[in-house]
Each structure stands twice: as structure tokens, then as C-alpha cells.
Design a protein around this ligand. Structure first.
Ligand code: SF4
Ligand code: SF4
Length: 254
């Protein structure tokens, strides 16, 4: 069987939180950006032609619960990947606002609600847990107090060493027809917008609509180091906090 371990499908690029050093570069005042449903549907349909089964699919963002068509994204993902473990990755803030219809869709699709609780949400987590329990939703809850940064703006890290020590190398990601082994080659564009830089990691992006692309290409591409790994160094940890209005690049750089 043509199978992949993990696939992230981001459906919203902005967030209702702005954590300092957010790896998705969700900063305060960021413009709203929703992935259009037809684009998502076409991409997942095309991906299914290349990869029969994915063990673990992460629907995420930004904050995915902000998407007004969340139910449709969930249903389409389950349609194409009937045996995947589908997780909705959220900061939990909007979980208690899920409509009865959305709860029904999530249950029918057997989606797990995977909540990362940041310190700012801890006082409300009991409400969230109660909602999940009362509605019979499967869930996983993790608490995060530390963030890490590892962007080496000089690009002089050892590629293989960075890749070997990286937790993100399994975070394969597909959005707007672009498939990456980890989100950095795509997220760097947001970094460029924020800090007026011109990094270009497009060589580390595979277009799933390219002529002749095969399952073997997907596996090869997602299972090795890429040139962008030069831009990751040893992780520097810091306490989680809300980001500033105009965050400095130091929130990401080591
Ligand atoms: S909740 Fe997640 S996506 Fe939102 S700002 Fe924090 S780290 Fe980024
Ligand atoms: S570019 Fe390489 S080292 Fe950096 S996060 Fe991605 S896989 Fe990890």
C-alpha cells in the first residue's frame, strides 16, 4: 500500500492567539486567511491519487476552529482517508462554541480534538473538558509552558545534523498544492513579509500537480534533509508568553 505516516493540512493561516515565536508566524493583527474549501478538496483529492493511506492527519492552522466551513473540511478529509487517525489541532479557546452540527460531524468522522493548552487558557480548561465529555468527543489535552526557537538566519548549520536532531522533520505539510517535509520552506515567506527579508526555500517544496510525480517522489522528498535545514540550529527554549504587537525577529532567531 502507498502509505505516509503523517500529513498536516492547515486550513486557516491566522489565529485567535499570538504566542511569542509562533512557528506559524501568527502575529497580532495578522490578516485573516482562510484556505478556500474547493482548493483544499482538490488538493486532498490529488494527494489521494498519490498516497492511498495516511496514518495520522492533522487539521490545523493557525486556529482551525476559526474556519466557517470547518465541517466540510472534516467531512472531505474523512471521505478521502477513511482509515486515518484525523486530529483537529486547536488551542481550545473555541471548543465550547462548537455548534451541535459541528459536534455531530466531528463524531461521525471520528475526529480527535487535540488541544494544546497554553498558560493563558488554563483557567478555562475545565469548561472545555466538560464540553468534550458532555458531547462525547474524543480528545487529547497537552499543556505547554515553554516554546523553542531555532532559526539560524546565517544558514550555516550542518544540514544533516540539524535534520537528525529535528522534531519537526515528521511534520509533512500540504497547502495550496505545495508539499513540504516540514513547514519551514513555506512559513519562511511569512517571515520575509514580517522582516523584509528575501529567503527563498522554494527548491524544498514539491508541487503535487507536477508532471510525472509519483508516490516514490513523495516518500523520498519527505524522508530526507533539505537545504533549508541549514537555517535551523540548536533549539533555544523560552517561557511561553503572548507576543508583542510588532514582534522582533529575535522571537524566532537564535
Ligand atoms: S495558538 Fe498555535 S497557531 Fe496560534 S499563535 Fe499560538 S502557537 Fe501560533
Ligand atoms: S528545515 Fe530541516 S531542520 Fe529545520 S525544521 Fe525543517 S526538517 Fe527540521
Amino acid at each position: 500500500m502507498k502509505k505516509l505516516d503523517v500529513l498536516g493540512l492547515p486550513i486557516v493561516d491566522h489565529c485567535n492567539l499570538n504566542c511569542k515565536g509562533c512557528y506559524h508566524f501568527c502575529t497580532k493583527g495578522q490578516q485573516e486567511s482562510f484556505v478556500p474549501y474547493d482548493v483544499f478538496f482538490k488538493d486532498v483529492k490529488r494527494f489521494k491519487e498519490l498516497v492511498d493511506h495516511v496514518d495520522w492527519i492533522k487539521l490545523y492552522g493557525g486556529e482551525p476552529l476559526l474556519h466557517p466551513r470547518l465541517d466540510d473540511f472534516v467531512t472531505a478529509t474523512r471521505y478521502f482517508y477513511p482509515y486515518a487517525e484525523i486530529c483537529l489541532m486547536t488551542n481550545g479557546i473555541l471548543v465550547p462554541t462548537l455548534s451541535a452540527k459541528s459536534v455531530d460531524v466531528l463524531k461521525k468522522a471520528d475526529v480527535k480534538i487535540d488541544i494544546t493548552v497554553y498558560p493563558v487558557m488554563e483557567k478555562n480548561i475545565d469548561n472545555v473538558k466538560k464540553f468534550l465529555e458532555e458531547n462525547g468527543l474524543r480528545s487529547n489535552i497537552s499543556y505547554v509552558h515553554k516554546f523553542g526557537k531555532r532559526f539560524n538566519k546565517n544558514g550555516d548549520s550542518d544540514i544533516e545534523a540539524s535534520y537528525k536532531s529535528c522534531d519537526m522533520k515528521i511534520c509533512h505539510y500540504l497547502q495550496y498544492g505545495e508539499f513540504v517535509m516540514c513547514p519551514l520552506p513555506i512559513f519562511i515567506r511569512r517571515y520575509n513579509e514580517l522582516f523584509n527579508t528575501d529567503y527563498n526555500f522554494d527548491n524544498d517544496i514539491l508541487n503535487i500537480y507536477s508532471d510525472g510525480i509519483t508516490y516514490e517522489d513523495i516518500i523520498e522528498f519527505s524522508g530526507r534533509a533539505h537545504d533549508s535545514c541549514r537555517y535551523c540550529g540548536d533549539t533555544v527554549e523560552f517561557d511561553w508568553e503572548i507576543g508583542k504587537n510588532n514582534p522582533p525577529s529575535a522571537d524566532w532567531e537564535i
